[in-house]
Design a binder for this molecule. Sequence first.
Ligand SMILES: NC(=O)c1ccc[n+]([C@@H]2O[C@H](COP(=O)([O-])OP(=O)(O)OC[C@H]3O[C@@H](n4cnc5c(N)ncnc54)[C@H](O)[C@@H]3O)[C@@H](O)[C@H]2O)c1
Ligand SMILES: [Zn+2]
Ligand SMILES: [Zn+2]
Length: 389
Amino acid sequence: MKAVIYEDVRRVAVRDVPDAALEEPTDVVVRVTSSAICGTDLHMYDGRTGAEPGMVLGHEPVGVVAEVGRGVETVKPGDRVVIPTHLYCGVCVNCARGYSAACMRVRSGGFGAAYGYAGMGTYRGAQAELLRVPYADANCIPLPGEAGDDREDDFLMLADAFVTGWHATELAQVRAADTVAVFGAGTIGLLAAYSALLRGAAEVYVIDLVPERLAKAEEIGAIPIDLRKEDPVDAVKSRRRPPSGEKGLDGVQVGIDAVGFQARDRADTSRENPRQVISDLAELVNPTGRLGIAGVYADKDLHPATEGGHADGSLTVPWATLFSKGVRMGFGRTHDRRYTVPLRDLIISGRARPGFVVTDHAPLADAPGLYDAFDRRADGVVKAVLRPA
Ligand SMILES: NC(=O)c1ccc[n+]([C@@H]2O[C@H](COP(=O)([O-])OP(=O)(O)OC[C@H]3O[C@@H](n4cnc5c(N)ncnc54)[C@H](O)[C@@H]3O)[C@@H](O)[C@H]2O)c1
Ligand SMILES: [Zn+2]
Ligand SMILES: [Zn+2]
C-alpha cells in the first residue's frame, strides 16, 4: 500500500510499504477514504519530537472497514467509521472512567497511545491506504451515510480536531455567557472557539498571526486579533466593556492554549518562545478564571527554542500571578471515548459543521507539498485532507 513516510527533518515522501494487516483477533483493517494532516504532525516534521525515519505518519482517518478479526463483535466489513487518534482498550480502569487518553493497556511502559506518533507507541499511521485498528470494538465509531459524501470532512474532524477543540472547552469548563480567549487559530483553536460558541459563550476572541486563519475565526462569529498588529492582552481588554463596578474584570473568564510549545515570540515572530502563550494567558485571565491547555508540550524537544526553551519541556511560568488570581487549569490530550459519539451526533443533527476548517483536498501523492505549505502556515492551508482512495 502507499503511505506517507517521515524521512528526515522537513522531508516526507509517499512510498510503498507492506499492507496493514490483522495482527490480533480484536483488530480490523480500515480502507482509509480521508486522512487529515495535523499540527501535531508538524512537531515531528520539524524534527522536534524524534520521529524515526521510515515511520508512517497520520492519526486522523475516516474510512470503511475492509477486514475484521474473529474476536470483533460490533464492526463488520463495509461499515463507515471514524477512528479516534488516541487509541484505547475501552475497558481498563482509566477507559472506564472516561480517561481514554490515559488507557493503561495500549502502550507498554506508559499511558495512552496514538497512530503514527513518535513516543506514543508503535502503531502505524493513517496517512495511508490501509490502517490496522486494534481493539476495534472500542475504536471504530460508526458513521451514517456513504464514504465521500457531503459530511466526510465534518466526520473527519471527529478523529482528532473537533474532539480536541471541545476537550479544551471542557478543560476550561466553558459555560453559557463566558468570555473566552483562544490563542491559536489553527484547526484546534478554531474548533475550540467553535465549541465555546456551541456551549453558549458570550464573547470569543481568537488570537493568531495568519490572516486566513483569523478570517475563519471571524466567519464563525469570533473576534479575531492579529498579534503582529496589537498586543493581544491590551487588544482584548480594550474591546471588553465591563459595566462600572466590574472594571477589574476586563480580561476573560476563560483562556485556551491551542498553540503548544512551538509558539511564536511576539517580540520577534521569526522565533519561538514556548512561554509566550502561558504568559499572555496569565495576564489576560480574570481573577477566578479558568485555563485549558490543549496545545502540545513535548517532554523531549530535540531543538529547544533559544527563548525559554528546555529539552525536557520545563517552563518558567507566572505561577504567582496564577496563584493570586485563583486560576484553575486543565491540561492534556483529548479523551476521545468521552466526546466522539456525542459530537458525531451534533454533526448528524446538523447542529455542528466542523468541516469548515478544511481548506485543501488532495491525493496521497501531494503530501510532500502540503506538509511544506502547512508547515510555513502559507498558501492559505489551514487543514489539509489527503484522500488515498
Ligand atoms: N491535546 C490534544 O489532544 C491535541 C490534539 C491535536 C493537536 N494538539 C496540539 O494543538 C496544537 C495546535 O494544533 P493545530 O493543528 O491547530 O496546529 P497549527 O500549527 O495549525 O496551529 C497553531 C497556530 O498557532 C499560531 N500561533 C503561533 N504562535 C502563537 C502565539 N504566540 N499566539 C497565538 N497564536 C500563535 C500559529 O500561527 C498557528 O496558526 C499543536 O500543538 C498540536 O500538537 C493537541
Ligand atoms: Zn491531530
Ligand atoms: Zn484502556
